[in-house]
Design a protein around this ligand. Structure first.
Ligand code: SF4
Ligand code: SF4
Length: 402
């Protein structure tokens, strides 16, 4: 943190790529440079023993996309500054600065192994599918596709009742996590069926590729992404070890993930917090071998997930598979200049998230492509403004013969 904020030369290059600055009305403290300035202030004040200043929204509104890192001449990552600042806030014990939604998510996840208390219901998509018992691979959905229909309706309700009342309710649930059961009844059933279909298409693609795998069903926990991203590092360490022990029980060393957030967390972050981590982590498309089908010239635009291209710029498997199947193009902002869909802000800053997703959606639509293809359930929800948005598994499955 000291190095990150100390190296900043205040040039403002990072503001040109930060996807939260424009949706926040160009308010400095909700852009990359502002976050570095606020991070320095937070560090100075807390070092002096002063109370945590009321600047936490600056850090909570960061999307953790890391686009700022690639344009900074001093190598500063304002996303990392935001993450470390959230860690300082959560460890300070100053509840006034903690975001109530952040605390709710963490408390509920710790109690139920799922941020909205819907762990067992998250296995509903697999009804009727027969999985292999002890298999070489374990399919780990991380509950991500299943959570989206709940977060969508939770956000709509939040907009209706206003932030004051919804923050009060989030604080109540954080103090009494079992109250989440009242909120978790609200889900978008149409989206639930769509996302169940995506998971079933992933199973279909893997089976066609000759992969044998088991599934934990109702025992499958959420991976803990929010706990880590929101800065509750001590809690994350404990939770990651709990998730790891469940994955290990399956007897498979090879874990197939289905979204970039879970993939990146398990591959790069778990080994830092879990002793003797010895699992192999795959994204499902790493294992998919598409049957030889005639490549179509249908123009589609691929929205690259930040957690692939901005964390590991060499990782291009989804684009590769898509390009083998169809005429796949990228938007003007792509590769390490890609623009986040705004999804990670959906629960805590819904208005900002909506504006950020509209900007990205317009960029993608302006390519003139017939379909917008996503490879992440969060991107898919945020960019589904019209019927033209499709998750990559659904698009590939639609091209299979028969
Ligand atoms: S680009 Fe880097 S050096 Fe320039 S303002 Fe942003 S963080 Fe500071
Ligand atoms: S990580 Fe993304 S949202 Fe956060 S400051 Fe950097 S560019 Fe902005």
């Amino acid at each position: 943190m000291e190095n990150e904020v100390g190296n900043c030369i205040n040039c403002g290059f990072c503001e040109t790529v930060c996807p939260t600055l424009d949706p926040a009305g160009f308010s400095l403290w909700k852009g990359a440079r502002g976050r570095v300035i606020m991070g320095r202030k937070l560090l100075d004040e807390t070092r002096e023993g002063n109370p945590v200043p009321h600047i936490s929204d600056s850090f909570y509104s960061c999307l953790d996309c890391h686009a700022c890192l690639y344009v900074c001449p001093a190598g500063v990552n304002a996303g990392k500054v935001s993450q470390l600042s959230r860690e300082i806030i959560t460890t300070s014990g100053d509840r006034k600065n903690e975001n109530p939604y952040a605390r709710m998510i963490v408390e509920v996840t710790e109690k139920y192994g799922n941020p909205l208390g819907v762990r067992s219901r998250s296995a509903g998509w697999a009804e009727g599918i027969h999985f292999d018992g002890k298999a070489e691979y374990l399919l780990y959905t991380g509950n991500m596709f299943q959570l989206m229909p709940y977060t969508k309706n939770l956000n709509s309700a939040r907009k209706k009742i206003g932030s004051l009342l919804s923050n009060f309710m989030a604080s109540r649930v954080a103090n009494h996590p079992s109250l989440i059961r009242l909120l978790s009844r609200m889900r978008d059933r149409e989206m639930e069926q769509k996302n169940y279909g995506t998971l079933r298409n992933i199973v279909k693609l893997l089976r066609l590729s000759g992969i044998s795998f088991s599934y934990l069903g109702e025992r499958e926990p959420y991976p803990g992404t929010f706990i880590y991203d929101l800065g509750y590092i001590e809690k994350f360490k404990k939770y990651a070890n709990y998730v790891y022990s469940i994955l290990k029980e399956s007897g498979s060393r090879k874990i197939i993930t289905v979204d970039p957030h879970t993939y990146e967390l398990l591959k790069n972050t778990f080994p830092l917090y879990v002793n003797n981590f010895d699992l192999e982590i795959y994204y499902y498309l790493d294992l998919v071998r598409m049957p030889s089908i005639e490549r179509s010239e249908e123009k589609v635009v691929f929205h690259e997930p930040c957690h692939f291209v901005l964390r590991d710029p060499k990782y291009s498997k989804p684009l590769q598979v898509l390009s083998e199947t169809t005429n796949a193009v990228l938007a003007k902002r792509s590769g390490n200049k890609t623009r986040c869909c705004g999804g990670p802000d959906e629960l805590i800053f819904p208005e900002l998230s909506e504006k950020a997703s509209q900007i990205r959606y317009d960029e993608l639509k302006n390519t003139g492509a017939k379909y917008i293809i996503t490879a992440c359930p969060i991107c898919n929800v945020n960019l589904s403004k019209e019927k033209r948005t499709m998750e990559i598994a659904d698009y590939l499955a639609s091209k299979l013969p028969g």
